[in-house]
Design a protein. Structure first.
Length: 363
């Protein structure tokens, strides 16, 4: 059994998880999708009609954009968006943060697959107008990830985000939001999704993170933008014959979880404060439902200790574990969802203390 297979097996054997939503069985998930009114009628054919059309209209309305296009994979949607904007301007530069998902987690796809070049901007938690002003060459598109997951789910302050939007429009540079967690970001600003999306020329949103969908995303913008993006979506293999199961799961997620995003942020705030009381831990201030916990130890040793802890307690305590710039200090993620309701803040803090003690005892 591989390490990945073992991790999944241990995770599924746990009776509780501090992060995310409860994981249904395949039969339970399919039954919930069949129960949706949108499952009546016929499936889509290459994305036309059926639940896909319903989902696209709903997302476009939520973000108050002219149109939305379902895409089976976010990497594809974002490649198409970048290529569409840079083709229009004939400027092949992409301004983005070096910790962004596009640059950090996709194996350099936008530069390897396209005649594009990234211009990395900003400090540890994002970039602003002052960084854009320092670029000494034309930009084809500016990308802002909301939130910047690899910086601890960091969000720019509202005025700073508005300033970036105004700068882009003043200079005729398209602004694209990598909004994989846009649904989770809006509560921090106290503004609706439409007001947030209005700052950008195009937006990508994911359906399988906070919304708990099966897979897939939407690329949202003007009709003209999506028309020009369509050939690039096809070239990347996004023209799946039928996508209705993904669309139904996304609709289900919008129904179940989108109305609860503000409550998840509130819970993340109190939960982070409780965990921060544990000696030896440092916790980031939540701006979304996700936050980071810094703890002593080597990453591989902590991952192994977490598996043993999960097998012993039946509790899956945190998401991924990563190294930091500080030797001997690691960071893990906690993402509040429906499953988090099974824990009180005090109990979660006790479990972190228990884990830390057991991890130190293993050294």
């Amino acid at each position: 059994m591989s390490d990945v297979e073992k991790r999944h097996q241990v995770r599924r054997n746990c009776t509780r998880s501090l992060s995310g939503h409860e994981e249904p069985t395949t039969r339970e998930r399919l039954a919930s999708l069949i129960a949706l009114p949108e499952s009546e009628g016929y499936p889509d054919v290459y994305g036309v009609g059926g639940p896909v059309a319903v989902l696209e209209r709903r997302v476009a309305e939520l973000l108050d954009k002219p149109a939305a296009r379902f895409v089976v994979k976010g990497v594809i949607a974002q490649q198409a968006a970048l290529r569409t904007w840079t083709d229009s301007s004939r400027v092949g530069t992409v301004a983005l943060h070096p910790l962004s998902h596009l640059d950090h987690d996709e194996l350099g796809a936008f530069e390897r697959l396209h005649p594009l070049r990234g211009i990395r901007l900003g400090g540890r938690r994002g970039f602003g107008v002052e960084h854009l002003e320092q670029v000494g060459e034309p930009l084809g598109v500016v990308v802002v990830e909301l939130p910047l997951r690899n910086a601890g789910f960091a969000l720019p302050e509202w005025d700073d985000l508005v300033a970036v939007s105004h700068w882009c429009r003043k200079h005729g540079v398209p602004l694209h939001f990598d909004g994989a967690r846009l649904w989770e970001s809006a509560p921090y600003y106290g503004r609706d999704l439409a007001e947030l999306a209005d700052l950008a020329d195009s937006v990508y949103v994911s359906f399988y993170k906070g919304l708990g969908g099966l897979a897939g995303c939407a690329l949202v913008g003007s009709e003209d933008f999506l028309t020009r993006a369509t050939p690039w979506l096809t070239r990347h293999g996004a023209n799946v014959y039928a996508s209705y199961p993904y669309a139904l799961a996304a609709i289900d997620g919008l129904n179940r979880y989108l109305p609860r995003m503000a409550a998840y942020l509130e819970r993340a705030t109190t939960l982070a404060a409780a965990i921060a009381e544990v000696d030896g831990l440092t916790v980031s201030r939540p701006q979304t439902n996700g936050f980071r916990v810094f703890l002593p130890g080597a990453v591989e040793a902590l991952r192994d200790a977490h598996l043993r802890f999960a097998e012993r307690t039946g509790t899956w305590l945190f998401q991924r574990a990563d190294e930091t710039d500080v030797p001997g200090l690691a960071v893990v993620e906690v993402v509040v969802g429906e499953a988090t309701a099974a824990f009180t803040d005090a109990e979660a803090a006790r479990l972190f203390a228990d884990f830390l003690a057991s991890a130190e005892g293993d050294r």
